[in-house]
Design a protein around this ligand. Structure first.
Ligand code: 5GP
Ligand code: MG
Length: 171
């Protein structure tokens, strides 16, 4: 398998800082829950949240992943539920990557059903051309072509999450 750099560590740092500024401006003076979608978004969420300038609570949700596949099964189940009371709160779902849109749509519907006032999404990466269901995240780090990427939290069969940049994994 070949690995080629798509987004460098410097580009990531710069863009995540910009996103944090944008989000901090929009949510200034209001409470926010950052909901990290495990496991892929953990590095992105950690970097994003620590650059936010308003009060922010942190919570986690885990949903079923691709397993060891490069393609989505299309079936989404919740493996770990969030702990915080979301009723009347602003929730920012922090996701690693949006591909078909199926996962983020499920998470959004679920968080809305827990009574959140406003639900928005910050996605580190977006593959808009890969959508099977319509979904437009409010904040996007980088839009990329439909290809399989790893690094900065993103895995293939649990490997490569610790690579500090984004790479394309090809056969
Ligand atoms: P979706 O439900 O939008 O098809 O897929 C979303 C989830 O699939 C992401 O949160 C991520 O966990 C995984 N995923 C989608 N595309 C990629 C990719 O290119 N690389 C990796 N490592 N995971 C991906
Ligand atoms: Mg994910």
């Amino acid at each position: 398998m070949a690995q080629t750099t798509l987004i460098s560590k410097d580009q990531i740092d710069q863009r995540v800082a910009e996103m944090a500024r944008e989000i901090s401006t929009e949510f200034a003076g209001s409470d926010l829950i950052a909901l990290c979608v495990l496991k892929g978004a953990m590095f992105f969420c950690a970097d994003l949240v620590r650059r936010m300038t308003m009060d922010v609570a942190l919570d986690f949700i885990q949903i079923s992943s691709y397993g060891n596949q490069k393609y989505s099964s299309g079936v989404v189940t919740i493996l770990k539920e969030p702990q915080l009371d979301m009723r009347g709160k602003n929730v920012l779902i922090v996701e690693d990557i949006i591909d078909s849109g199926l996962s983020i749509r499920e998470v959004t519907t679920y968080i809305e059903s827990r009574g959140a006032a406003k639900v928005k999404t910050a996605a580190f990466l977006d593959k808009p051309k890969a959508r099977k269901v319509p979904f437009t995240p409010e904040y996007v780090g980088f839009s990329i072509d439909p290809q399989f990427v790893i690094g900065y939290g993103l895995d293939f069969a649990e490997k490569y999450r610790n690579i500090p940049e984004v790479q394309v994994l090809s056969d």
